[in-house]
Ligand binder design. Structure first.
Ligand SMILES: N[C@@H](CCC(=O)N[C@@H](CS)C(=O)NCC(=O)O)C(=O)O
Length: 206
C-alpha cells in the first residue's frame, strides 16, 4: 500500500493528529471537504482503487471494513463512516459552525439526514436509473426553504448530500426543472472554496 500524501500542511505536529485515508471522488470526498471547511491541518493519504489498496493487509489493520473514508486520530485511533467522521469534525471544531449547538431538534435533523444519506440514498443513487428517482424526490422535498439541508445554515448534512448527488445524479433520469432545489444545492456547494480545494486536490491524484 504505497500511498501518496496530498497535504502540504502535514509538516506540523498538529497535522499528525488527523490523517485521512481517501480514494479520489469516492465517499471520502465528504470528509475531505469537511476538513477544508474546519481549516485544521491534516494529512491526506491516497489509496488506489485500481490497486485494491483497501483490501491490503496494511489497510485492513487500520480499518477492518476495508473502506474509505477512514480518519486516523493521533496516529492510532481509526474512525470510519462518513456520518461518524462528519459528526466528529463538526463537534470538535465548533467555530466552523458545521453542526448545530444546544438545539436538539436541529441536531436530530442533521443526524436524520446522515442516516438517510448513508443508507437509502447511497444504495439507491449508486444503482442509478429509474429506481433511484423516488429517493431523489425524498431529498428534494426534505431540503429546507433556505436551500440548506437543515434550517437556515450550512451543516455537515449539506456536505454529505453534495458528495452523493455530485457523484451519482448523472446516472439517474432527473432534470433541473423537476428537481430545482437539489440542483441549486449542488451548484451552491460547488462554488464553496472547500469543495473546490478538495476536488482540485483529488483531481491531481485520480
Ligand atoms: N457506509 C460507508 C460506505 C463507505 C464506502 O462505500 N466506501 C467505498 C468507497 S465509496 C469503499 O471504501 N470501497 C472500497 C472497498 O469496499 O473495498 C460510509 O458511509 O462511510
Amino acid at each position: 500500500m504505497a500511498t501518496q500524501s496530498l497535504s502540504s500542511r502535514a509538516d506540523t505536529d498538529e497535522a499528525r493528529d488527523l490523517t485521512l485515508f481517501l480514494m479520489p471522488n469516492s465517499s471520502s470526498l465528504a470528509v475531505h471537504i469537511a476538513l477544508h471547511e474546519v481549516g485544521a491541518p491534516f494529512e491526506a493519504r491516497v489509496l488506489s482503487g485500481a490497486e485494491k489498496d483497501t483490501r491490503k493487509p496494511e489497510f485492513l489493520k487500520i480499518n477492518a471494513a476495508g473502506q474509505v473514508p477512514t480518519l486516523l486520530i493521533d496516529g492510532e485511533r481509526a474512525l470510519s463512516e462518513v456520518a461518524g467522521i462528519l459528526y466528529y469534525l463538526g463537534r470538535r471544531f465548533p467555530e466552523a459552525g458545521l453542526f448545530p449547538v444546544n438545539d436538539p431538534e436541529s441536531e436530530a435533523r442533521v443526524i436524520a439526514w446522515h442516516s438517510f444519506l448513508a443508507s437509502s440514498a447511497h444504495a439507491a443513487w449508486r444503482g442509478g436509473g429509474e429506481a433511484a428517482v423516488p429517493i431523489y424526490q425524498v431529498a428534494e422535498n426534505r431540503l429546507a426553504p433556505s436551500g440548506w439541508a437543515v434550517g437556515d445554515s450550512f451543516s455537515t448534512a449539506d456536505i454529505h448530500l453534495f458528495r452523493l448527488f455530485w457523484r451519482f445524479h448523472a446516472s439517474a433520469p432527473i432534470t433541473r426543472e423537476a428537481f430545482p432545489r437539489l440542483f441549486a444545492h449542488h451548484d451552491r456547494l460547488l462554488a464553496r472554496a472547500s469543495v473546490q480545494a478538495a476536488l482540485a486536490a483529488e483531481a491531481t491524484s485520480a
